[in-house]
Write a protein that binds this ligand. Structure first.
Ligand code: UDP
Length: 483
């Protein structure tokens, strides 16, 4: 075998939900003997630098670095400093979805920089986010294999694929009429047009973009997935045979963070002292705390936050609630019922901003996770062996929630049936019911047992000899043999 070091370029889409797993992946490959280089823009490089430095101090022999690409926001017609998708949420009061599309389309500006970097470094592979369809061609020019990172499960990819092929949404009269997604292996998956949230009109700029995303995947070398084979083997096999794409399940990627500091340093700086948070959890009985968080981008209206607060309080369960406000809400706390924190002081903890999520999920006191079903969060919940309350809101989150509730049977839906932009309010009664349901009772116990088993399987997958561990080996061997 050629012993020359493998060099992999990792190019995450610039948003925390994409950068976090890609950094985990870059660290994973570095720890397995590859040289990893992350490609990003100046502001995002600042976010990645600290955890990378910490990783290098712990592992001086591992090779990992950053290459910074220029991204002139103002010249590109974007607001100054708009280098990260999460910025858009906090910036634009109206029309934020148009700005988000513009931001995604603007990333193509980095194509030339990517090509000249590939030309000079001649890496073994380029792992680029699905939001960069143009990257397949850039890599191809220099004979470098391009891998796609979707950030989601293969189950969700299979759902999207069958929606495109069979177009079941065209056979129903309204956007809220349920239908079965045809062609899937296993369970019948029922969804609505709203929930599927797919851009079908290929004539719009965003529709054209999605078409490019699909085509670039078909001509790519394959797909890397933050999941493990045993979790979704039927779907992985279906995907390989139908889309004829090679898939390497190499996750859960969050499990590559072993130490306290690594787990605490994922994403933004936590707005709570991590040690204090763990001390608070230490004071609670095992499995008694519900952790509620909605990812890196979602924020709710005051009205919805109030319902959540009342629901949590009346459930009587211990909780950690991560609240991210949008910029319209200002500093006042009208979203919190009067005296809420005094009344719930022994039972609850509110984290206003960013939580050290993986540290919390891994704590023995946590017994359930209320999640928006972003795939990173879902996978982190699975890796921690936790049952979940599912509260999907957009993107591919409704597919993820079907996987958690119908296929894996470790989730309870809170009552979220529509995209959040449609404005359905989840009532305090629904929050109360779902939170109790995930912690208390016979069905909760059955769910807990299933979730615990999946958590053990997830950990086995990344251990030496496990399926994800072996997939990393196979993938690296293949890159080596191409040299
Ligand atoms: N996250 C975190 N603390 C927070 C919120 C989010 O550490 O307070 C992390 C979470 O662990 C996950 C990522 O941010 O790794 C969010 O990704 P996900 O796919 O769940 O949702 P998105 O933010 O993309 O909607």
């Amino acid at each position: 075998m050629n012993r020359e070091k493998i060099h992999i370029l990792f190019f995450p889409f610039m948003a925390h939900g994409h950068m976090i797993p890609v950094l985990d992946m870059a660290k994973l490959f570095a720890s397995r003997g590859a040289k990893s280089t992350l490609l990003t823009t100046p502001i995002n490089a600042k976010i990645l630098e600290k955890p990378i430095e910490a990783f290098k101090v712990q592992n001086p022999d591992f090779e990992i670095g950053i290459k910074i690409f220029n991204f002139p926001c103002v010249e590109l017609g974007l607001p100054e400093g708009c280098e990260n998708g999460d910025f858009i949420n906090s910036y634009q009061k109206s029309d934020s979805s148009n700005l988000f599309v513009k931001f995604i389309l603007s990333t193509k500006y980095m194509k030339h920089q990517l090509e000249s970097f590939i030309e000079t470094t001649r890496p073994s592979a380029l792992v680029a986010d699905m939001f960069f369809p143009w990257a397949t061609e850039s890599a191809e020019k220099f004979g470098v294999p391009r891998l796609v990172f979707h950030g989601t499960s293969v189950f969700a990819l299979c759902c999207s694929y069958n929606m495109r092929i069979h177009k079941p949404h065209k056979k129903v009269s309204t956007s809220s009429t349920p239908f079965v997604i045809p062609g899937l292996p296993g369970e019948e998956i029922v969804i609505t047009r709203d929930q599927a949230n797919v851009v079908f009109d290929e004539e719009t700029p965003f529709g054209k973009f999605w078409k490019e995303v699909r085509e670039s995947e078909i001509s790519s070398f394959g797909v890397l997935v933050n999941s493990f084979y045993e979790l979704e083997s039927a779907y992985a096999d279906f995907y390989s045979s139908s889309v004829a794409k090679r898939v390497w399940h190499i996750g859960p990627l969050s499990l590559s963070n072993k130490e306290f500091a690594e787990k605490a340093g994922r994403g933004k700086k936590a707005t709570i002292d991590e040690e204090e948070c763990l001390i608070w959890l230490d004071s609670k009985t095992p499995g008694s705390v519900v952790y509620m968080s909605f990812g890196s981008r979602t924020s709710f209206t005051n009205e919805q936050l109030l319902e959540i607060a009342y629901g949590l309080e009346s459930s009587g369960q211990n909780f950690i609630w991560v609240v991210r406000k949008n910029e319209n809400q200002g500093e006042n706390e009208e979203w919190l019922p009067k005296g809420f924190e005094e009344r719930t002081t022994r039972k609850g903890l509110i984290i206003r901003g960013w939580a050290p999520q993986v540290l919390i999920l891994d704590h023995i006191a946590v017994g359930g996770f209320v999640t928006h079903c972003g795939w990173n969060s879902a996978m982190e919940g699975i890796a921690a062996g936790l049952p979940m309350v599912t509260w999907p809101m957009g993107a591919e989150q409704f597919y993820n929630e079907k996987q958690l509730t119908k296929v894996l049977r470790i989730g309870v839906n809170v009552g979220a049936t529509e995209l959040v932009k449609k404005g359905k309010l989840i009532s305090r009664e629904e929050v109360d019911k779902a939170v109790r349901e995930v912690i208390v009772g016979e069905e909760a116990e059955e769910r807990r047992i299933r979730a615990k088993k999946l958590g053990e399987m997830a950990k086995d997958a990344v251990e030496k000899g496990g399926s994800s561990y072996n997939n990393v080996n196979k993938f690296m061997k293949e890159l080596n043999s191409r040299k």
